[in-house]
Every structure is written in C-alpha cells, then in structure tokens.
Design a binder for this molecule. Structure first.
Ligand SMILES: Nc1ncnc2c1ncn2[C@@H]1O[C@H](COP(=O)(O)OP(=O)(O)O)[C@@H](O)[C@H]1O
Ligand SMILES: [Mg+2]
Length: 244
C-alpha cells in the first residue's frame, strides 16, 4: 500500500510552470532520493508536500487521506516532518535544553508516553551520537552536528515522513557518514524519508529509489544503479555526450 501518493501535481506561479504533472508513490519505510540540477523544483516540491505552497492541480494523499488542502501546521500534526537547516535550535542553550524544549512542546498525548524527561533527553542525544556534548552550548556544534540534532528533534516529535533538503551541504565527510547512518536508522524504525541531495554517492549509498527532476518534471526514476547508469543523468549534469 502506498504511504505517500502524489498524483498529477502541478504548480504555476505567475504564469510560470514550476512543477509539471509530478506523480509518485512511496511505500512506508522507503528512502527516496530526489535529485536534479539547480532550479529544477526540488525545494518547491518539498514546499508543496509540507503545505507551505498550494499546488495548482493534483492530489497528495498520506495513508490514503487527501491532504492536498491541509495546512502546514496540520500536516506536521499528521506526521510530516520537514527538517530545516539549524532551524529552531537555540544556540545559547545546551543540547540537553534544546531537546527538552522540543519534548515539552509536544502535544499532551505524545508527551505522556515519553515518561521520564531526563532519560528521554539522553536517549535522544545518544540516538544521534551527541550524548557526550549534552551540556555544551548548541553554538559549539559543527554544521553537521546541528543537522543531527535537528533530525533528532524531528524524530522525537513523532514524525513518520521526513523531508530532508540537502542534509550534507557544508558538512565534513565524517559527519556525512553519520548522517547517512542516522537516515538508515530512521528506515529501520519504519520511517519514510525523502532526501534532496547534490551528493550523488551519498544518494546511491542509502536510497531505495531515485527520482530525477528537470525543469519541474520527473525525467527519470529507478533504483540508484539504474539511474546512475542512465545516459540522461549524465546529460543533465554534464551536458550531452558529444560522441553520440
Ligand atoms: N515563490 C516563488 N515564486 C516564483 N518562482 C519561484 C518560487 N519558488 C521557486 N521558484 C522558482 O521555481 C524554480 C525551482 O526552484 P527550487 O524549487 O528552489 O529549485 P531546486 O531546489 O531544485 O534548486 C526556480 O526557477 C525558482 O526560481
Ligand atoms: Mg533547493
């Protein structure tokens, strides 16, 4: 059964066609990579999925429920988690305090299942390998560590669809590996992940399926190997092959 289903999604802004007839079915627990040249509409697609932009046509369903016209706030409530870069992290607070704030701002019904808050804070930080930094200020973290903290905060808020826009941008190779591990952990927990990413080896390593966008249109999709070996991808990124 399809967990997330997108059918015929289009977006026009001021007469300009930004997204064109995008259809996509995602199963629960799948990791989907979304790639394509700059300006191909990847971030805009995330904006439409998370409810910040309303599509001109098409339908979005989450667990069979039509969410096409649902507000961004309500989409967050039904489990769509957009991970922003360092958004919502309080730099002057410690990591523990940052996690605590996220836990305390959960709706009552979720908070009650968490139990001991101190334990929950530590287990959250342990999950992303930041437990040794619990008492440090968030401002002391590297960009990649902040990204991990942000993913953890999204995870404890009970989201089950993660939208990650360029999670490895500006991050060290070591941290990129840790982010990849964390995403694979999310999959093990049954979470579904959509990732926009320029780092193609990263995408090949962790994704079940890859979708290629070009000027707002899905031009290619398949397994990482199929997409990687496709001539169209090379044309998109490097221009047409002059020998053919
Ligand atoms: N609010 C907007 N108004 C007008 N054009 C927009 C808006 N948002 C995005 N675009 C245009 O949509 C296209 C896709 O942008 P974007 O989704 O940011 O691409 P990507 O994330 O793939 O680099 C670009 O041509 C961009 O200029
Ligand atoms: Mg973008």
């Amino acid at each position: 059964m399809s967990f997330l289903s997108v059918q015929g999604l289009s977006l026009n802004i001021q007469g300009q066609s930004i997204l064109k007839n995008i259809s996509l079915d995602v199963s629960e627990g799948e990791i989907i990579g979304l790639i394509g040249p700059n300006g191909s509409g990847k971030t805009t697609f995330f904006n439409v999925l998370s409810g910040f932009l309303s599509p001109s046509s098409g339908v979005i369903r989450l667990r069979k429920n039509d969410i096409t016209r649902m507000s961004a706030t309500n989409r967050a409530r039904v489990g769509i988690g957009r991970v922003f870069q360092n958004f919502g992290i309080f730099r002057d607070m410690t990591l523990s305090e940052n996690v605590l704030v996220a836990l305390e701002s959960l709706p009552k019904e979720r908070r009650s299942v968490i139990g001991d808050l101190r334990k929950a804070v530590l287990s959250t930080l342990t999950m992303v390998g930041l437990q040794d930094h619990a008492d440090k200020k968030a401002s002391s973290l590297s960009g990649g560590q902040m990204r991990l903290l942000e993913i953890a905060r999204t995870l404890i808020s009970g989201k089950d669809l993660f939208l990650l826009d360029e999670p490895t941008a500006g991050v060290s190779p070591k941290m990129t590996g840790q982010i990849a591990s964390l995403i694979l952990e999310l999959k093990k927990k049954g979470k579904t992940v959509l990732i926009v990413e320029h780092d193609l080896p990263f995408i090949r390593k962790i994704c079940d399926r890859v979708i290629v966008l070009d000027v707002g249109e899905v031009v290619l999709q398949g397994s990482p190997e199929e997409v990687h070996g496709n001539r169209k991808l090379k044309e998109l990124y490097f221009g047409a092959d002059p020998t053919e």
